[in-house]
Design a protein around this ligand. Structure first.
Ligand code: CA
Length: 599
C-alpha cells in the first residue's frame, strides 16, 4: 500500500491567491469562502446547502416551513438546466448551494456551476476520462464537497479534482488509486474538521476499501485507514512522509490465507460525521469475492458500519450488519445520527439508524456501536430470522446461502446449488439516502421489494477483472410494485405508512419542517408526501427518471426545492427481470428548481 500513497506535494501560491482575491474584490461582490462553521451549521443554516446530507449527520432534514402541506399545491418550476451532450445516463447528484451559486455534478465526471437564481451556466468542467474505466454501476456521480474557495469532486478514474468555485479553474488533482485495478470514485466527499474525507468504489473488483483524510486546499493525505482487517493504516507528516498508524484489526483473524489482500469492503458512499461524539461513520461494502465459501469467517470490516476518530484515523468501533456476507449485501448504507428518549428509562439515547441492503433497519448506540434494535423494513428477509440483541449477531438461515460449486452432492465444480433469496443484492435499500425528521421522529426510507436466484462459481483474483464467483437473476416479489417509500419509527420498530411505486425507488429523500417528504421516482416524478399521513400532495414530471436526492434552501424569503433528473444507475444494468420491466424509461440529464407560485 505504501508506494501507492506517496502524495505529491502541491501548495497554493499565496501571491496568486491574493491576486485572485483582489481581482474578485475589484469586480464588485466579494466571493464568500466556505468555512468550518458553515459546514457545521449546514443543518440549521437554511440559506445554503454545503454538505452532502444537509448537515454532516446526513439527516436530510430542513427546518424550512414556507413550502408545507397547505402551500405545496402551488409549487411550480422556477428553472431547469440541461447537462447537455450525448453523455446522459444515470444522474445521482445532490446539488450544493452557496453564495448565489449551485454546484451540481453529472454523469461522466462532469461538474457545473449555475446561477442559483436564473439557472444560467457560470462554468463547467468535464474530466477527461481514459478508455479503461471500470464503474460497476453506470457512469454516475453523487455530488461534490465545498470548502474555502474550492469545490471538490471524485471521478470515474479514481481521482479527486478541486476547482476554484468562482472560476472553475482546476487548483489541484490527486489520484486516489489506480483505475486499472478497478478503483473509481462516485460518492460525494465530506468535510470534517477541515479535512476532506473520501472512500472508494470498486467492490466487485477485489479492491481494498479505505477511508482517507486530506487537506482540502492541497489534496495532501493526512491519514488513510483501510477497512479490511490486516492492512496497515498510515498518517502523513507535513512533508508527505508515510508513518505507520496501526494495522486494521488482526491479520488473518477473520480472513483465511491471503484473501484479506483483495478483500473488497469498498467504502463507496459518503462519510457522515457527528461532532457531538466526534466520530466519522462510514459504511463498508461486500467482502470479495461474492462466493463466500472461499473465505470462511466474518471477513471484517466488510458489510459494516465503521466509526473512525477523525483526530487519529483509527477505528473507534464497528458493527457488522452481515457477517460472512454471501449475497452482496454491501453494508454501505448511510448511518444517520439521531436522538430519542428511551421509552422505559426516559433517558436521551444518542443513536444512529441504518436501513441496510440486507433488509434490516439497525439502530445502534453511536457512542460505542452497541446494537439497540434490528427489525425488517421490507416484507421478506430470507438470510436471517432476526438479530440477537445481546450478542449483536444475526440468527442465520444457512439454507439461504448459495451452495459451493464443490459441495458434496450440491456442486459439479462449475456451479453450486442455486437459492432464491430476498432481498436481492440490489437491496432492501441501495445508494439512495433516506431522511430523518426530528420533528416527526421518523425515518423516510426508499425501500424495494425484490429477490434473486443466486449461485456460486469458482473464481480467482485477477487484477482489474470482476471478482464475483457468483451468478444471479433479480426478480420482483410482487406484480404491482417494487418500490415503497416507508415511514419507519426507529423506537418502536414499526412502519407508520408506505407509498408504493411500480418501479424500484432509486432516488434519495428530503424531509422538511413543513411536514413534507420529497422523493423522486424512475417514472420521472418528483413527489411531495405528507410526512405524518403518507398522503401524496403534489407531483411533477421531470422528463426522465429521478434517482437523486432533493434539496431545499431559502433566498430572500422564498423557499426553493431542487432535484436532478436522469434515469440510469445499477437497475438497468444488473436488474434481470426487473430491468426488463423498466426498459421503457428514457435517459436524461437535468436539474430542476421549484418555488411557490405567487398568486
Ligand atoms: Ca457490492
Amino acid at each position: 500500500m505504501e508506494q501507492i500513497h506517496t502524495p505529491k506535494r502541491r501548495h497554493l501560491a499565496p501571491t496568486l491567491l491574493a491576486a485572485a482575491l483582489l481581482t474578485l474584490g475589484s469586480a464588485g461582490a466579494q466571493a464568500k469562502d466556505v468555512t468550518d462553521a458553515d459546514i457545521l451549521n449546514d443543518a440549521t443554516n437554511t440559506s445554503q446547502v454545503v454538505t452532502h446530507g444537509l448537515g454532516t449527520k446526513g439527516q436530510r432534514f430542513s427546518p424550512l416551513t414556507k413550502i408545507n402541506t397547505a402551500t405545496v399545491k402551488d409549487l411550480v418550476p422556477a428553472w431547469s438546466f440541461s447537462f447537455g451532450g450525448e453523455k446522459q445516463r444515470g444522474q445521482q447528484s445532490q446539488p450544493l448551494v452557496h453564495d448565489g451559486k449551485m454546484f451540481v455534478t453529472a454523469s461522466y465526471s462532469r461538474i457545473f456551476a449555475l446561477d442559483v437564481k436564473t439557472g444560467a451556466k457560470l462554468w463547467k468542467y468535464e474530466h477527461r476520462l481514459p478508455d479503461g474505466i471500470m464503474p460497476c454501476c453506470d457512469v454516475i456521480n453523487r455530488g461534490a464537497a465545498i470548502y474555502g474557495n474550492l469545490v471538490i469532486f471524485g471521478t470515474l478514474d479514481a481521482q479527486l479534482v478541486a476547482l476554484n468555485k468562482d472560476t472553475g479553474k482546476v487548483v489541484w488533482r490527486e489520484r486516489i488509486e489506480d483505475y486499472k485495478a478497478g478503483y473509481s470514485l462516485t460518492a460525494a466527499p465530506q468535510i470534517v474538521k477541515g479535512m476532506l474525507i473520501t472512500g472508494n468504489s470498486g467492490g466487485e473488483f477485489g479492491i481494498v476499501g479505505r477511508v482517507d483524510a486530506r487537506d482540502p486546499m492541497t489534496g495532501k493525505l493526512i491519514w488513510t485507514r483501510p477497512v479490511v482487517e490486516g492492512h496497515m493504516g498510515y498518517k502523513y507528516d507535513k512533508d508527505g512522509k508515510a508513518i505507520e498508524n496501526g494495522i486494521t484489526g488482526t491479520t488473518n483473524a477473520t480472513w483465511p490465507g491471503d484473501l484479506w489482500k483483495t478483500g473488497g469492503a469498498a467504502t463507496w458512499l459518503s462519510a457522515y460525521y457527528d461532532p457531538d461524539v466526534n466520530l466519522i461513520f462510514m459504511g463498508t461494502g461486500n467482502p470479495a469475492p461474492w462466493n463466500s465459501h472461499l473465505r470462511p469467517g466474518d471477513n471484517l470490516y466488510s458489510t459494516s458500519t465503521v466509526a473512525i476518530d477523525p483526530d487519529t484515523g483509527k477505528i473507534a468501533w464497528h458493527f457488522q450488519n452481515t457477517p460472512h456476507d454471501g449475497w452482496d449485501y454491501d453494508g454501505v448504507n448511510e448511518f444517520v445520527s439521531f436522538e430519542y428518549k428511551d421509552p422505559k428509562s426516559g433517558k436521551l439515547v444518542k443513536a444512529g439508524g441504518k436501513a441496510d441492503r440486507n433488509g434490516f433497519f439497525f439502530v445502534n448506540d453511536r457512542t460505542n456501536g452497541k446494537l439497540i434494535n434490528a427489525f425488517p423494513f421490507v416484507s421478506r428477509i430470507d438470510w436471517a430470522s432476526g438479530f440477537d440483541l445481546k450478542t449483536g449477531r444475526p440468527i442465520p438461515k444457512e439454507e439461504s446461502r448459495p451452495g459451493s460449486p464443490f459441495a458434496e452432492g450440491g456442486g459439479d465444480g462449475q456451479k453450486g446449488s442455486t437459492v432464491f433469496v430476498a432481498p436481492s443484492f440490489l437491496g432492501g435499500k441501495n445508494q439512495m439516502p433516506m431522511a430523518y425528521s426530528p420533528k416527526s421522529g421518523l425515518f423516510y426510507v426508499p425501500a424495494n421489494e425484490w429477490g434473486m436466484d443466486i449461485w456460486n462459481e469458482p473464481v480467482s483474483y485477477k487484477r482489474g477483472a470482476a471478482y464475483l464467483g457468483a451468478g444471479f437473476t433479480i426478480k420482483p416479489l410482487n406484480d404491482d410494485y417494487i418500490g415503497a417509500l416507508r415511514a419507519v419509527d426507529p423506537v418502536s420498530g414499526t412502519i407508520k405508512w408506505e407509498v408504493k411505486n411500480n418501479a424500484p425507488l432509486w432516488g434519495g429523500v428530503l424531509a422538511t419542517g413543513g411536514d413534507l417528504v420529497f422523493y423522486g421516482t424512475p417514472e420521472g416524478h418528483l413527489k411531495a408526501i405528507d410526512a405524518n399521513s403518507g398522503k401524496e400532495l403534489w407531483q411533477f414530471q421531470t422528463g426522465s427518471g429521478v434517482i437523486a436526492p432533493p434539496i431545499t434552501w431559502e433566498d430572500n424569503g422564498e423557499q426553493f426545492i431542487a432535484v436532478v433528473s436522469g434515469w440510469g444507475g445499477a437497475v438497468p444494468l444488473w436488474g434481470g427481470d426487473v430491468a426488463k420491466r423498466v426498459n421503457f424509461l428514457e435517459q436524461g440529464g437535468s436539474v430542476w428548481v421549484f418555488k411557490l407560485h405567487r398568486s
